[in-house]
Design a protein around this ligand. Structure first.
Ligand code: ZN
Length: 166
């Protein structure tokens, strides 16, 4: 069964947030490994700096947990989401879990015909209109999509007819 437009857009938005959080944690790890050796040279209070790094890491972790649980709710796979959220506290395992979850999400979107490279294809998202068809206005003959109740051109009430067969 195809996902509704609403579901697909929700999944795509949550997937973008998830990827964002993955980039943030990779960025933080890289920044820390680059900056840590030079903290002493700069005469900075290393204890305060370490606390700051931990604080930022915790914020990213919380953000990731929110993304993961949100995806679990949308995909109806709460067990998986909870396991991934718990796995976030284990170093190395966390990134693997996030990437695995990301591939699950990509597969789900691809099922609905949305191409996913790193991010879902914006054009595919914009053009994703399942179970929709065109209606011709009885008054001005303008075509509009079935999501409109009234003709966007003349305001005539549109009666949705199933698409003509043949
Ligand atoms: Zn009209």
């Amino acid at each position: 069964m195809q996902d509704s437009r609403e579901t697909v857009l929700k999944i795509a938005a949550a997937q973008k947030m998830l990827l964002g959080s993955i980039c943030l944690s990779i960025g933080l790890n890289m920044a820390v490994s680059v900056c840590r050796p030079s903290l002493k040279d700069l005469g900075l209070n290393t204890f305060a700096a370490e606390l700051g790094i931990i604080a930022v890491a915790l914020v990213i972790l919380a953000f990731q947990a929110v993304c993961v649980i949100r995806l679990g709710l949308i995909l109806n796979e709460m067990m998986m989401a909870v396991l991934c959220a718990i796995g976030q506290v284990i170093p190395c395992v966390n990134l693997g879990l996030l990437l695995w979850l990301n591939s699950r999400v990509a597969a789900r979107l691809q099922k609905s015909g949305i191409r996913v490279d790193m991010l879902p294809n914006e054009k595919d998202l914009a053009n994703y209109h399942p179970h929709e068809f065109r209606i011709v206005c009885p008054s001005c003959r303008a075509e509009s999509s079935s999501e409109f109740d009234f003709c966007p051109k003349c305001g005539t009430r549109l009666v949705a007819n199933p698409p003509e067969q043949g």
